[in-house]
Design a protein around this ligand. Structure first.
Ligand code: ZN
Length: 429
């Protein structure tokens, strides 16, 4: 009822505006904009939309409509949508709320001939609110304040966050903290023998299974693998996700990494590192009151400067759990991912031999996580003390980004409440 009432209110206001403007059609400048947008008429998308691409199109505002109609509608939708939706189940109404954004919206002149478009937008808004209550409820659940830490970890593909932070995520989860692993692309070219929507769905399911086994949450954004760009729209998406999660810690790739998607995840998260606190950037999602600590996950690249392990975490206690979780990433592990082939796949144990598969994968991660522990021994000794640090077998490491909140050592110990588990008295030093 609330929505209907507000939408009706918007309609009334629209009529009022049109009556006040006394115009019956678009103004000169508006006609000029329309002319500009009418050029071409080709489809916006240059290739067929994959089944998984629908949400992608919705996110980016693109569709297969002719450019003229689509661009004009999207422009109008932006004009109408952003100021009036302010969060879950709230719609701005002049009579009830005021904000600079709202004033802008009210003063924006709408051509009378576009009234039906405005009504359509209102109708669409109602439909969206009615159709997606579960996601809005999820958002409100995301931000529940229960005194636990909230960590959001971005990877470029549906395996990166799992590989880089899966052990630490499991450690946080065991203490009741809330961790979300986000893949910024859908991984739809990450296999040598299959691609497209079917692969995206498969990898999304794999990522969800890893998250389930680690006791965390996951999300795979519907952006094509290999095509991520550091756009304003993607900056908004990342900003909203960090805000919705009400994150204390944000983890991402560094912006220098071998894969363009990895690099741009780094750039996008860096670009959000200040904006998450700015109220009028993405005003539809409440800003964070406290800037999170932004961290980079480890990599091996040396230029322009090598990864520095400011924080190193022993994952010895959850190493088997991490391996068991990563078993779910079949397309990437046993099948070889984007650069695999039939010969390579045949060397991995088949699905009919789960024990051999586990042993095979454990051996690989024994090497990989073992190398991380050896490489970041100094950081392990710093946080665990030399005696315990020297004994750590498997590790994950993180570098503190300069752009978010800069934590003191004491705060790092609170954000990573693992270092002093056997020495509780040292935890608050
Ligand atoms: Zn990747």
């Amino acid at each position: 009822m609330l929505f209907s009432a507000n939408v009706a209110g918007l309609s009334r206001r629209t009529k009022h505006l049109h009556a006040a403007s006394g115009r019956v059609g678009p103004s000169g400048p508006e006609r000029a904009i329309r002319r500009e947008l009418t050029g071409g008429g080709a489809n916006i998308l240059a290739r067929p939309v994959l089944p998984c691409g629908q949400a992608d199109a919705a996110l980016s505002g693109k569709s297969c409509e002719p450019r003229s109609k689509q661009a004009w509608r999207y422009k109008r939708w932006e004009t109408v949508r952003r100021p009036i939706v302010t969060g879950p189940f709230e719609i701005y109404d002049d009579d009830q709320k005021t904000s600079p954004r709202n004033v802008n919206w009210v003063s924006a002149k709408q051509p009378a001939s576009e009234e039906h478009t405005m009504k359509l937008s209102c109708l669409l808004l109602t439909v969206i609110v009615l159709i997606v209550p579960s996601s809005l409820v999820a958002q409100s659940k995301d931000t529940t304040e229960d005194g636990k830490l909230r960590i959001i970890c971005f990877g470029a593909h549906p395996d990166d966050a799992e590989y880089k932070s899966g052990g630490t995520a499991a450690l946080w989860a065991k203490q009741g903290h809330h961790v979300k692993l986000v893949s910024v692309t859908n991984g739809d070219i990450g296999h040598w023998a299959m691609a497209g929507g079917a692969l995206a769905k498969r990898r999304t399911a794999e990522s969800a299974e890893v998250a389930k086994r680690l006791g965390v949450t996951s999300q795979v954004l519907d952006i094509h693998d290999g095509e991520l760009m550091p756009t304003l729209e993607n900056r908004r998406i990342i900003t909203r996700l960090i805000r919705q999660w009400n994150a204390d810690i944000v983890i991402a790739h560094r912006p220098w990494d071998y894969h363009p998607d990895h690099r741009y995840v780094g750039v996008l998260v860096q670009d959000a590192a200040f904006m998450v606190t700015v109220p009028f950037f993405c005003p539809d999602t409440p800003p964070l009151k406290k800037n999170p600590v932004f961290l980079y996950s480890s990599d091996r690249f040396q230029k322009p400067y090598p990864f520095e392990a400011d924080i190193a975490v022993s994952i010895d206690g959850v190493f088997d759990e991490k391996v068991d979780a990563l078993l779910a990433l079949e397309s990437q592990t046993f099948e070889g991912g984007a650069l695999g082939n039939a010969e390579r796949m045949a060397k991995a144990p088949p699905a009919s031999q789960p024990d051999l598969r586990r042993e095979w994968l454990r051996e690989r991660w024994d090497r990989r996580s073992g190398n991380e522990a050896r490489r970041f021994r100094q950081a392990l000794n710093r946080w665990y003390g030399a005696e315990r640090g020297e004994k750590v077998q498997y590790a994950e490491a993180f570098e503190i980004c300069e752009y978010g909140r800069q934590p003191t050592d004491a705060e790092v110990r609170k954000l990573f409440p693992f270092f002093d588990l056997t020495r509780p008295s040292a935890a608050t030093k």
